[in-house]
Design a protein around this ligand. Structure first.
Ligand code: MF3
Ligand code: CO
Length: 254
């Protein structure tokens, strides 16, 4: 069931989303996500940043997830578990994905960061195209009378045109009161999922997960980490958006 949100509730979710945007912005300067840091160091930074502001990291303990953030490096696509012995190298792609709970309102956003200066042209293209896929999806969702599958169609088209793979096993989703709500928002056109019309009061996360090679994945035995089957790189960008009376608003962008 899709839970529509009131203006007041959207304002609460907006504040949570703006906080999350500020946190992800603060990681852009390369002081925390850099060669020699562990993924656990990044997680600790995010955890402390959030709790200092009297909010909670909503991924922590969500369905048993053991950390504040999902940090996925190179061939890891999503849901990587931060680890003290996972050390970041120059040229790595580091995807940071997390949710904040501020006064009961949940935000969800992710970005892939390029570490240092040694990345390949193809890795940089992957990150650029994945970010563009997110904005193609947002643009599709902004059209009058848009439906959920318009998002997936737009994301898929852009990734495919650039020769990249689109992960199917994981999707975007409603968000705001809980980390995962209805509806599911696939990054391709699914004929088995529902195709609801986007309407005022809906709040959801669009999150393309794009691969340099094959779209096939492996779910790792840790129960969380999802990696590419061919161990080629992946990228992931995610925004929480709301459909308001004034149209679509990207909440996790200030
Ligand atoms: N953005 C992630 C998702 O939608 C957040 C999940 S929190 C976790 O899957 F605990 F499940 F990792
Ligand atoms: Co999400």
């Amino acid at each position: 069931m899709i839970q529509l949100k009131t203006d007041e509730q959207i304002e609460g979710i907006r504040q949570s989303c703006h906080m999350l945007c500020e946190l992800l912005d603060s990681l852009e300067d390369g002081k925390i996500i850099k060669e020699g840091m562990s993924t656990k160091d990044i997680d600790t930074y995010c955890h402390d940043w959030i709790t200092k502001r009297h909010a909670e990291p909503a991924c922590l303990h969500y369905e048993g997830f053991p950390a504040a953030t999902c940090i996925s490096v190179n061939d890891e696509i999503i849901h990587g578990i931060p680890k003290a012995n996972k050390i970041i190298k120059d040229g790595d792609l580091v995807s940071v994905d997390l949710c904040i709970n501020l006064k009961g309102y949940i935000s969800d956003s992710a970005r892939t960061y390029i570490v240092g200066g040694k990345s390949t042209a193809q890795a940089e293209k992957l990150v650029k195209v994945t970010r563009e896929c997110l904005y193609k999806g947002i643009e599709a969702a902004s059209q009058p009378h848009a439906r959920v599958m318009d998002i997936g169609a737009a994301v898929f088209k852009h990734a495919d045109k650039n020769g990249f793979g689109v992960v199917r096993e994981y999707c975007g989703h409603g968000v705001g009161f809980d980390v995962h709500e209805d509806p599911e928002i696939p990054n391709y056109v699914s004929h088995s999922l529902g195709n609801p019309r986007l309407r005022e009061g809906m709040v959801f996360a669009i999150e393309p997960m794009i691969t340099m090679g094959s779209r096939n994945i492996i779910d790792m035995p840790d129960g969380w980490t999802v990696v590419t089957a061919d161990h080629k790189m992946a990228a992931h960008f995610e925004h929480t958006v709301a459909i308001t009376r004034n149209g679509l608003e990207i909440l996790t962008q200030i």
